[in-house]
Design a protein. Structure first.
Length: 163
């Protein structure tokens, strides 16, 4: 699939919300970079990049239904919304189902076994630590608890000056 079509669809989905648009673009780029350095298969890379673009799609329905964008609500509401967009764009069932799983778990940090899941979480953390203005101590804790890929750890050290 053409990732640019999906990105454009997400621009429209989050129209008028530059914070959300800029967030998913940054997560997408970090995920793409880390995935390429981890030498994922073409299919794994496509799943990762697709999931990175739509990972926060559950924010809108969560805010509409519950008045909150809490992570667990994003996980609850995101898979259905992601599935609709991926179906509209013609993504195959296998990729759609995996992306929906990742969207539904991207705020769950235990039992991260698969590389696509790990990289998505790391990319989201790289962006969220900046956007949420985490303290140096909080960044170091996240680095120790979350980051496992070589390039994810490297990027975190470079961006946040971790020694």
């Amino acid at each position: 699939m053409n990732i640019n079509l999906l990105i454009d669809e997400m621009f429209l989905y989050f129209s008028g919300d530059p914070k959300r648009i800029q967030h998913f673009i940054k997560v997408y780029e970090f995920a793409r970079l880390i995935g390429m350095s981890e030498r994922l298969s073409d299919e794994e890379q496509e799943i990762l990049e697709t999931a990175a673009v739509v990972h926060d799609i559950g924010i809108k329905p969560a805010e509409e239904k519950y008045g909150s964008s809490a992570g667990k609500l994003q996980e609850q509401e995101g898979p259905e919304a992601a599935g609709k967009i991926l179906l509209k764009l013609g993504y195959c069932e296998k990729i759609t189902e995996r992306v929906k799983y990742l969207v539904g778990h991207h705020h769950t940090y235990d039992n991260i076994a698969d590389k696509d899941y790990r990289i998505l979480v790391e990319a989201d953390f790289l962006v969220n630590m900046y956007e949420d203005s985490l303290s140096e101590e909080a960044v170091k804790k996240a680095y120790e608890k979350i980051f496992r890929t070589e390039n994810g750890k490297r990027l975190c050290r470079i961006i946040y000056g971790i020694k």
